[in-house]
Design a protein around this ligand. Structure first.
Ligand code: ADP
Ligand code: GLC
Length: 484
């Protein structure tokens, strides 16, 4: 029999989403489920989850369960729903006191408790169901205490005797650090020596580091990033712990859920296209320019950005570069994103400076994200670091040429276009500095002015295959290695 897999994720598309983790948690679960694994995905029942659309069903015997997290007392219930497009089961941890907040993540003082409680509640739910997963697959800092809890709280629980843990690092920039004075919240009793002592001495507890130290296997979301995070440049202070565990660390590139992100079937688009129907892409671009209030002809190159506006995404490189390139070249820009105030201000000012040529939507809007992928000619992702990145892979499918920095998953999914051979799928630059981005943008616009070259590059990208199937197999290999 295939081993049971419990996946824990703090966000899951299409129920709750702030970024790529949600896409990955949803799609990987679907793939494993479709391959016949007994896969159960656990996630918090946030206030924002659409109860009407997803109709979570309360589970009998799993209502009003008392949960103690150190000195804090909670009560949670479990509801179940099925992921649309495939029917994998999702177990929702319902605890309004913790998850009914205006946003998925908060800066509230109990943020660490929200996710410690979630991790504990998920494990307790497995116990109550009498269901022993062979694999406990945790994701990012939110659930990174799962592996240590298996080895401590659940050490004597026969149900979990054969359970092995995997931690996937989607974003090493977020570690969930909290004050060591809250140590009692971990309920480690006399086993606090299992915490990273240097962190403790510095007065902090770092959930992501604890996961790195105790998971039976570690993965991150691209092969290049698996190397990068072991270095001081990309390790965000965790490189030493990662190097210690490098023998169990693998990089597995994320896949794309083509049921959601494919111009042949995209449910947000009124018309569909593929490499043989590129006129439709131009029609969509025309309609989009019109709808968004652009005042440029359809021949003007349109660049798109869909992003969390965070330091990770390399927006700083655009400060000087974009005004210069927009002044010099025939370029229009659409930006969809929210995040840090300086970046929001920058794009708002840019739109004011180039009316009719730059449009900034300060919003989170799934439909618009699909339209931007479909209507744009190029897609900008000059990230400082990018564990995988999904939008560049979506862009490839939509014939929207990615302009990316050679880092992490961007390096593993976009190949720099070479005129001499006609090979390559995008524009890739190396250095994290403004001249490099400016070079990349100008190179892209030069190629755009040569329709035959541009079409070739588009075609190369549109015919690449990043589907989940093969990638999910690589997770299964990791699970099988652990399950023996
Ligand atoms: P990250 O997880 O670092 O944010 P990824 O590229 O892996 O980066 O994934 C981002 C996901 O979030 C994509 O599916 C993208 O379309 C989506 N996204 C980001 N910002 C927005 C937004 N403002 N509106 C709609 N979708 C967004
Ligand atoms: C993260 C990363 C992104 C990755 C996503 C899903 O948030 O920033 O690069 O694609 O997780 O793994």
């Amino acid at each position: 029999m295939k081993p049971g897999i419990a996946l824990l994720a703090s966000e899951v598309a299409p129920l709750s989403k702030t970024g790529g983790l949600a896409d990955v948690a949803g799609a990987l679960t679907q793939c494993l489920h479709a391959a016949g694994h007994d896969t159960r995905l656990f996630t918090p029942l946030y206030g924002a989850i659409d109860r009407w659309r997803f109709a979570p069903q309360p589970l009998e015997g799993l209502q009003r369960i008392a949960l103690q997290v150190g000195p804090h007392h909670y009560e949670f219930s479990v509801a179940r729903t099925l992921l649309p497009d495939g029917g994998a089961p999702v177990y929702l941890i319902d605890c309004p006191a913790l998850y009914d907040r205006p946003t998925l993540y908060t800066a509230d003082p109990d943020e660490h408790l929200r996710f410690l409680a979630f991790t504990r509640a998920a494990l307790l739910t497995c116990q109550r169901m009498g269901w022993a997963p062979r694999i406990l697959h945790c994701n990012d800092w939110h659930t990174a205490f799962g592996p240590l809890f298996l080895k401590t709280h659940l050490q004597r629980e026969p149900l979990f005797a054969r359970t092995r843990s995997v931690l996937t690092i989607h974003n090493i920039g977020y570690q969930g650090i909290f004050d060591a004075r809250a140590i009692a919240d971990l309920e480690l009793g006399s086993r606090t020596h299992l915490l990273h002592q240097e962190d403790l001495r510095a007065g902090r507890i770092n959930p992501l580091r604890q996961g790195i130290l105790y998971a039976d296997a570690l993965t991150t979301v691209s092969p290049t990033h698996a190397q990068e995070i072991c270095t001081a440049e990309y390790g965000m202070g965790l490189q030493d712990s990662l190097r210690m565990r490098q023998d169990v660390l693998t990089g597995i590139l994320n896949g794309v859920d083509y049921a959601v992100w494919d111009p042949r079937t995209d449910r947000h688009l009124p018309k569909h296209f593929d490499p043989d129907r590129l006129q439709v892409k131009t029609d969509l671009k025309r309609a989009f320019l019109d709808r968004m209030g652009f005042r440029v002809p359809v021949t003007t190159a349109l660049a798109g950005i869909v992003s969390r506006l965070a330091a990770q995404k390399g927006i700083d490189l655009m400060f000087g570069t974009l005004p210069r390139v927009l002044s010099a070249r025939d370029l229009a820009l659409v930006v969809l994103g929210t995040g840090d105030a300086p970046y929001e201000r920058f794009f708002a000012e840019l739109a004011g400076q180039f009316p009719g040529r730059v449009v900034f939507q300060q919003a989170y809007d799934d439909e618009l994200a699909h339209w931007i992928e479909a209507a744009s000619d190029l897609f900008l992702m000059p990230s400082r670091y990018e564990p995988c990145g999904l939008n560049q892979m979506y862009s490839l499918r939509y014939g929207t040429v990615p302009v990316v920095r050679r880092t992490g998953g961007l390096a593993d999914s976009v190949e720099h276009y070479d005129r001499a051979t006609g090979r390559g799928t995008g524009i890739v630059f190396n250095d994290f500095d403004p001249p490099a981005l400016e070079w990349a943008l100008n190179s892209a616009l030069d190629l755009y002015a040569e329709p035959a070259e541009w079409r070739r590059m588009m075609h190369n990208g549109m015919t690449r295959d990043f589907s989940w199937g093969r990638q999910a197999e690589k997770y299964v290999e990791v699970y099988q290695r652990l399950a023996g």
